[in-house]
Design a protein around this ligand. Structure first.
Ligand code: GLN
Length: 485
């Protein structure tokens, strides 16, 4: 890449050292060199992107500057609707679906001058932690092509890590931005629930889903968030109040802040290299003047179980709309009912089917209270645990993922092992809080390790403040990964 971050690219654009067309050409060239190995993209819209890039250059020449994302090549997870460009959510059931409208985030990117270059691979309907559940084949990790990029936004994380774009958007229902960012050595952020519009995001679990940026640096992430978030009347859960300035604390340092290290997010199941890198980062932050406390949030131990009742319950309801009548695939049958049954049997993959069955079961009359009702009570208890913790500390920290990137195929036969990948991430979704993953180190095999910073609702300013210090302290180079030739 001409530039190693969008902030740098933005400078080069404005000093005339590069153009949006050149940035895009380089991104496309990187993609064409790496895609056979990575399969990060499902669609690359060369023509549409070239038009946007030329427009961005023409605007700058006319003195029209749309802001920090002006002329920057951006990739979108393929569960965000793009007018005129196929949007599949990684599912056969949406094969050939061409949305007639743009998701609100896409509208915001466009009006911010960004160059939307394509759609990235994901686990089908964002259900998974490795991008191996995509109906269009898996993606691979640019740091080691035998390993997964994480998921479900694995294509977005891999494309940023490989330099095929300078920014990508992902969606995070239970870790799907942060975990792949951790496994691919990039920065991934999930905003406060309700701050980024879900209009045009193909719903998985509506009370948990949030769109957020995946980028090379913390500063890029804050600028991208500032572009995509804000109240949207088209999303009934959109937050209508005042928004913080995510960039305000980036250069402030961390002196005087209180940081809580989550006791429950360590120990069994956590790789020693991940624990060592996390502890080392906490020590470095302490030297920068933060006060460190161990904080116990006992409900974190049951968060995963609650999530795997709530998310499938919402998914079973959200996915009822894919009936062969309204969108995408249709498998004919002698009756309407048979048509729907055949379409769904053929169109949904095994993990999606498992979630629909789980969700329908836990919502059924005799089991509703025992499963779904109980999970909602756990969700409320998690929120109380967080509230108690945030009376003592400004932010909470943990590893982003208990492990580094695992081998492709290692967990596909064991859904429970796969579900455990998001153990550190899910509490923030259940509470609706912001959280970010920042790459901090490599393990002995050269695989990236991510550090998670969680903050209270609308605490994006302090979250980015700490994340920026973590980035400064990290023994991590932004050098593009080697294995992709
Ligand atoms: N891995 C989790 C799941 O499979 C989270 C997915 C996500 O955040 N979209 O549900």
């Amino acid at each position: 890449m001409i530039a190693s971050s969008l902030v740098e690219a933005a400078k080069l654009l404005r000093s005339g050292e590069t153009t949006a067309v050149d940035l895009l050409a380089e991104a496309l060239e990187t993609a064409s060199r790496t895609e056979a190995q990575l399969h990060a993209f499902l669609t690359i819209d060369t023509e549409g992107a070239m038009e946007m890039a030329s427009q961005a250059d023409a605007d700058l020449a006319d003195g029209i500057d749309h802001g920090p994302l002006h002329g920057i090549p951006v990739a979108l997870k393929d569960n965000m609707c793009t007018r005129g460009v196929e949007t599949t959510a990684g599912s056969q059931i949406l094969a050939g679906y061409i949305p007639p409208y743009d998701a609100t985030v896409v509208v915001r990117l466009r009006s911010g001058g960004a160059v939307v270059m394509g759609k990235t691979n994901l686990d089908e309907f964002a259900m998974g932690s490795s991008t191996e559940n995509s109906a269009y084949g898996p993606s691979y990790n640019p740091w080691d092509l035998t390993r997964v990029p994480g998921g479900s936004s694995g294509g977005s994380a891999a494309s940023v890590a490989a330099g095929s774009c300078l920014l990508a958007l992902g969606s995070d229902t239970g870790g799907s931005i942060r975990q792949p960012s951790s496994l691919c050595g990039v920065v991934g952020m999930k905003p406060t629930y309700g701050t980024v519009s879900r209009y045009g995001l193909i719903a998985f679990a509506s009370s948990l889903d949030q769109i957020g940026p995946i980028s090379r640096t913390v500063g890029d992430s804050a600028l991208a968030l500032d572009t995509i978030w804000g109240h949207d009347p088209l999303d009934s859960t959109s937050y209508p109040g005042d928004y913080p300035d995510p960039t305000a604390g980036l250069e402030r340092g961390v002196e005087g802040l209180k940081i809580g290290v989550v006791t429950e997010l360590s120990g069994e199941g956590f790789e020693p290299a991940v624990e060592a890198a996390t502890a080392d980062m906490v020590t470095r932050l302490e030297k920068e003047g933060v006060e460190v406390q161990e904080v116990s949030l006992p409900t974190f131990d049951i968060a995963l179980s609650a999530y795997y009742l709530i998310a499938p319950a919402e998914a079973s309801s959200n996915l009822a709309r894919f009936d062969g009548i309204r969108y995408g695939l249709r498998v004919d049958g002698p009756t309407t009912e048979e048509l729907m049954a055949r379409t769904r049997a053929e169109g949904f993959g095994p993990e999606v089917t498992r979630r629909i069955l789980l969700g329908t079961y836990s919502l059924s009359a005799g089991y509703y209270d025992a499963f779904y009702g109980q999970a909602q009570r756990v969700r409320a208890a998690i929120q109380e645990d967080f509230a108690r913790a945030y009376r003592q500390v400004d932010v909470l920290v943990s590893p982003t993922s208990p492990t580094v990137a695992f081998e492709a195929g290692a967990k596909t036969a064991d859904p429970l092992a796969m579900y455990l990948s998001d153990i550190c991430n899910i509490p923030a979704n259940l509470a609706g809080h912001p959280a970010i993953s920042v790459p901090i180190d490599l393990d002995d095999a050269g695989l990236p390790i991510g550090f998670q910073v969680m903050a209270p609702p609308l605490g994006e300013e302090v979250m980015y403040q700490v994340a920026a210090e973590v980035e400064r302290q990290a023994a991590f180079s932004l050098a593009p990964p080697g294995p992709v030739s």
